[in-house]
Design a protein around this ligand. Structure first.
Ligand code: NAP
Length: 279
């Protein structure tokens, strides 16, 4: 069987975990495939001169998730609702998808957390949008917390969610003004991410009012947010599970793969070990 070729594009691409995770997924599937990381500067993004058109598919990361849209023939609903693409399949036509929502829902389910209750989402960027759409689809109420000055961005996100889920209950607040209790708090900001470790997006007192916490940040494996949550006896998990699950969804899209929970669990554990080895 002919060897397939895939890659991830981003800028800078640095220590991306994508080749490690995708190679493991190809190994498990028994598909002979190359997976590389390609650093493409924003001004050089196109499908032809970079050799992307000759591939079977590719992943897209920062800063190309929106810029790639006009270069693609068709968008799947997942990309249309998110307004961003992180997976492209190439064949007779190029199709853009967004698997962050599937990855997030899978990660929350795997951690035994509840998505349809009161959800507090920290941040209003691209990842927060995938999280908010998933939480709105599950029902319940959403609170989007931003830093002072970020309210306009949060309002736009709120309008987008309401465009897809008109009955969604959403409120916007700033981090200082968060009150009440939550079933789930999600960090969708880079706060606590390597190299700026040691900071938590929520205070200890705010975390104590949440039953479960999920941090999209996966480097370090245990952020300050997670450390405080664990100390308080909360259900906690970090972003590596979402990263692996959104990658697994790409394989389902590219060639119809499916994975057992045990296989995904192994890749998550191995990816965490690889991260510890690199950093
Ligand atoms: P983004 O589009 O740049 O959005 C970042 C959000 O965080 C914005 O709302 C931004 O607010 C806010 N923010 C940034 N710095 C902050 C600070 N110091 N204090 C409070 N809020 C701050 O980024 P993104 O793509 O959504 O990614 C967010 C995080 O999720 C990153 O750490 C990324 O690595 C992670 N992520 C993980 C996965 C996974 O699979 N685990 C997937 C996607 C993303 P302003 O507008 O005020 O700057």
């Amino acid at each position: 069987m002919e060897k397939k070729s895939y890659c991830v594009i981003g800028h800078p691409i640095g220590h991306t975990m994508s080749p490690f995770i995708h190679k493991r997924l190809f190994d498990i599937s028994g598909l002979s495939a190359d997976y590389t990381a390609m650093d493409i500067a924003p001004e050089s993004l196109d499908l032809t001169s970079n050799g992307l058109a000759g591939l079977d598919g590719f992943n897209v990361t920062i800063p190309h998730k929106q810029a790639v849209i006009p270069l693609i023939d068709r968008l799947d609903n997942s990309a249309l609702t998110c307004g961003a693409v992180n997976v492209v399949s190439l064949g007779k036509e190029s199709v853009g998808y967004n698997t962050d929502g599937d990855g997030f829902i899978g990660a929350i389910d795997r951690a035994g957390m509840r998505l349809g209750g009161r959800t507090l989402i920290c941040g209003a960027g691209g990842a927060a949008r995938a999280v908010a759409l998933s939480a709105a689809a599950a029902g319940g109420s959403l609170t989007i917390a931003v830093r002072d000055g970020g309210q306009e961005k949060a309002k736009k996100l709120c309008e987008q969610i309401k465009g897809t889920f008109p009955k969604a209950q959403i409120e916007i607040t700033t981090f200082e003004k968060i009150d009440g209790k939550y079933d789930l708090a999600v960090n969708a900001t880079p706060v606590g991410m390597y190299p700026n470790v040691g900071k938590s997006v929520l205070s200890e007192e705010q975390i104590d009012r949440c039953d479960a916490i999920y941090d999209l940040v996966y480097n370090p494996e245990e952020t300050e947010f997670i450390k405080i949550g664990r100390r308080l006896g909360k259900k906690c998990d970090s972003g590596m599970s979402m990263l692996v699950l959104q990658a697994a969804k790409a394989h389902e899209i590219w060639y119809g793969a499916s994975f057992e929970k045990k296989q995904i669990d192994h890749i998550i554990a191995d990816a965490k070990a690889e991260l510890r080895r690199i950093f």
